[in-house]
Design a protein around this ligand. Structure first.
Ligand code: ATP
Ligand code: MG
Length: 377
């Protein structure tokens, strides 16, 4: 797929503009705080309808405006579509080819982007929650329907926790309500866990191979996933249990943990408590690996994510690389750009200086200054 045009107005600090990106490398150079990440965010948001920096869409509206608009013209397989998002203080309007989109799932699938941001580079050392979000973002990119499941899960989890903490409720009605929530939560938990584990199975070997290519150290990188409530065994990580099986196991685990949950006022079993680990030579990378090795792991993951997406959709996604080069050492940069040269994804690369981007051919350069984006060459 190719982004043929990107148009925006009232979006963060960006001056209203309409850009025509090239089919391969689009480099956006500018000093700090000029609007480079905002530009990549605009593209990410019109594709996913979410931001990677803020959970509220209204943060994207320029402080000098009441409305933000982003539109993209995207070509795939001889067909061109127009994706549009308008954000107001209290609502959003989504349009595909000038028409409202129902159900919203129809919006997703033909327009895909993979984002690689400097914050990602230290995720292997970050909190378990950061790593779960990192994983979920990758799952969502591959399977857009996963987002609705994750959102439903959050809602039910919140309601269950409210009931757990409610001291006014009579014990019997509390138990009755929890029984209902347990069923809903078990079902959603099973879906989330299975989607995550399936994703990890698909990405694992590509990731391990990429890591070896980047580091050539002989130290193997791997991923391990520890599900709360012991609903899956380590030995099951390759031959996964069925959805029904998992649902039953979750239900049992939630029942056993009910007393503890009531005591703590929170739900202790579920995908929100699971732990994804990046490992180096079988050790938890967060405490064992060097900074360079940690970065190499995420670089390996991201390249694996891109390749997996291209394979599954039979179409390379657009890549958004937000100033990643300045965080990588020369050897890893060389790997990254070699990787990009060998594939045919359309890329949007931000940088503080165009010379950091080690690409000569098929390149279109833009400057970013105080939110104004101009074609340089
Ligand atoms: N809602 C908003 N309205 C107007 N301006 C905003 C809004 N949100 C952020 N900004 C401005 O956008 C600018 C930051 O832009 P951005 O994060 O894209 O910078 P950048 O070029 O990526 O910088 P760096 O190189 O430091 O990452 C800041 O000047 C900030 O004040
Ligand atoms: Mg930035």
């Amino acid at each position: 797929m190719l982004v043929r045009a990107l148009k925006f107005a009232g979006f963060r600090n960006l001056a209203p503009a309409s850009l025509e990106p090239g089919p391969r490398f689009n480099v956006f150079a500018g000093d700090n705080g000029q609007g480079k990440t905002n530009l990549l965010e605009a593209l990410y948001v019109v594709c996913t309808l979410r931001s990677f920096r803020s959970s509220r869409l209204k943060d994207l509206i320029s402080i000098h405006d009441e409305q933000a608009y982003v539109g993209a013209r995207v070509a795939r397989g001889g067909l061109e579509r127009r994706y549009e998002l308008t954000i107001n203080a209290r609502s959003r309007v989504v349009r595909l080819d000038n028409k409202a989109v129902r159900p919203i799932a129809r919006y997703f699938g033909n327009f895909n982007v993979v984002l690689f941001a400097p914050e990602d580079l230290l995720v292997a050392k970050g909190s378990p929650g950061e790593r779960r979000r990192f994983l979920d973002r990758a799952v969502f990119t591959l399977e857009p329907a996963f987002l609705a499941v994750a959102q439903d899960f959050e809602k039910v989890l919140k309601s269950r926790n409210v009931v757990l903490r409610d001291e006014q409720l009579a014990t019997t009605s509390k138990e009755e309500m929890l029984a209902v929530y347990d069923h809903q939560l078990a079902k959603l938990s099973a879906q989330i866990l299975l989607a995550r584990l399936e994703y990890l199975n698909r990405v694992h070997d590509i990731f391990a191979k990429a890591f070896e290519e980047i580091t050539r150290s002989g130290l193997p990188a791997s991923l391990s996933y520890d599900a709360s409530g012991e609903v899956v065994e380590k030995s099951e990580s390759r031959a996964l249990p069925t959805l029904e099986d998992l649902e039953t196991r979750y239900l049992e685990a939630m029942m056993s943990s009910r007393r503890a949950d009531l005591g703590r006022g929170s739900t202790n079993v579920g995908p929100h408590r699971d732990i994804l680990l990046f490992e180096l030579a079988g050790q938890a990378a967060g405490t064992f690996a060097s900074q360079g090795q940690l970065r190499a792991m995420i670089l390996a993951w991201k390249t694996a994510e891109m390749d997996l997406l291209a394979k599954v959709h039979e179409d390379p996604p657009a890549l958004l690389l937000d100033d990643v080069s300045s965080e990588l050492d020369p050897k890893r940069n060389e790997y990254l750009f070699e990787f990009l040269r060998e594939r045919d994804n359309q890329c949007f690369i931000s940088t503080t200086h165009p010379k950091f981007v080690l690409l000569e051919e098929d390149r279109r350069d833009f400057s970013v200054e105080s939110g104004r984006i101009e074609l340089v060459s």
